[in-house]
Design a protein around this ligand. Structure first.
Ligand code: PMP
Length: 367
């Protein structure tokens, strides 16, 4: 007799998580290893968050956290001019994506996603017995008109990512508004804005404002990226109160730790910090572009803190050689874009070291 796993598990594309620093240090006997594979903010969180973690994060850990996340929901509500009942917190936005599918997708229903895109949308939909309609990217961008046209009677959710992962491409306000005007109000639109804070002001879409007009829209943001709190797992969703109260019905109690809640509050109290981070990343991104252009290496213009760069047919070898030199990047083969690699933009010293190593290795394999 064998155990009977649910069949959807076999349909799931394998998620290849980034390699860890310790693993690579040990494998290649290296002293310094730089992880540029998971789009974390290598500058880290703001000073006030660091101070809190150092001095008082351990207080009261014998108590469960506030299951309703009142303080942080109130803070988010006041920052965005909405009500706490329009906000839900998750153990990362990953968990909110999962809750969304759990609430909306039944057996034999579907969700529309771009191909490739962030893997969790598909995973969460399959888990509910649903299927995915995948619409290929067009010129590395989400083909939003086609995604909207692909919605059918069985569609429950359309997932959009802005900026997109893994390409870093954006969605324009015009694309967003056209799509919202077309989609029936019984289809949930998820705007996953995990990298929102990296957009320049002029490129931002006020999706939070649109949640007041469109009751079938939910905006997802996270403290994992620009705020530098990936290790604490805290993300949030903003939507009309009907969506939020539905999600709350299936949310596990105490899903966000007390330390994560408190640090998120402190991070928002100092939210000017993320603009500094964005500006630093913008400046560093220009450096990458400049080096790639000089060397004749193609790349996709990024609105985020990572760049998809064309490393060619020898991508696997180049990624491996980078590992041997202490740089962990994400091979495009694991992201649905073979021949490319995705590299997270780090702090200036590490970027300089990376670019030097990458160009040397790239030239070796492309001469
Ligand atoms: N959405 C996208 C597009 C992402 O790239 C990520 C992180 N890789 C997430 C959501 C999940 O973020 P969190 O850490 O908040 O779960």
């Amino acid at each position: 007799m064998t155990l009977k796993f649910k069949p959807w598990l076999n349909q799931l594309p394998e998620y290849v998580a980034g390699r860890t620093i310790e693993e690579i240090k040990k494998k290649y006997n290296l002293e310094n290893v730089y992880k540029l594979a998971s789009n974390e903010n290598i500058f880290g969180p703001c000073r006030q968050v660091k101070d809190f973690i150092k001095n008082s994060a351990g207080q009261d850990v014998n108590y469960y956290p506030d299951s309703d996340c009142r303080e942080i929901r109130g803070k988010i509500a006041s920052v965005f001019g909405i009500l706490p009942e329009n906000v839900i917190l998750g153990n990362g936005t990953d968990q909110i994506i999962e809750m969304i599918c759990d609430c909306f997708v039944n057996d034999d229903e579907n969700v529309v996603i771009a191909d490739p895109t962030f893997l969790i949308y598909e995973k969460a939909a399959l888990k509910c017995g649903g299927s995915v309609i995948k619409i290929p990217l067009k010129d590395f961008r989400q083909d939003i008109p086609k995604m909207a046209d692909s919605v059918n009677a069985g569609t429950r959710i359309l997932f959009l990512t802005n900026p997109h992962n893994p390409t870093g491409a954006n969605i324009t306000k015009g694309e967003f508004e056209n799509m919202m005007g077309k989609i029936s109000s019984d289809i949930l639109i998820v705007m996953d804005e995990a990298y929102y804070e990296y957009l320049s002001e002029g490129d931002k879409i006020d999706t939070v404002g649109y949640t007041k007009k469109y009751l079938n829209l939910i905006t997802l943001r996270t403290f994992s990226k620009a705020y530098g709190l990936a290790g604490l797992r805290v993300g949030y969703g903003i939507a009309g109160s009907d969506i939020i109260s539905g999600l709350n019905k299936i949310r596990l109690p105490f899903n966000v730790s007390s330390i994560a809640q408190k640090t998120a509050v402190i991070a928002l109290e100092n939210k000017g910090y993320v603009n500094d981070i964005r500006d630093k990343i913008l400046k560093e991104k220009e450096k990458f572009y400049c080096v790639f252009k000089t060397e004749g290496i193609s790349f996709i213009k990024s609105y985020s803190n990572f760049i998809l760069v064309r490393s060619g047919e020898k991508n696997t070898e180049i990624v491996e050689e980078l590992l041997r030199n202490g740089f962990i990047v994400r091979p495009g083969e694991n992201l649905g874009i073979p021949g490319y690699m995705r590299v997270t933009i780090s702090i200036p010293e590490i970027n300089d070291k990376f670019l030097k190593a990458f160009i040397k290795i790239y030239k070796n394999y492309n001469s």
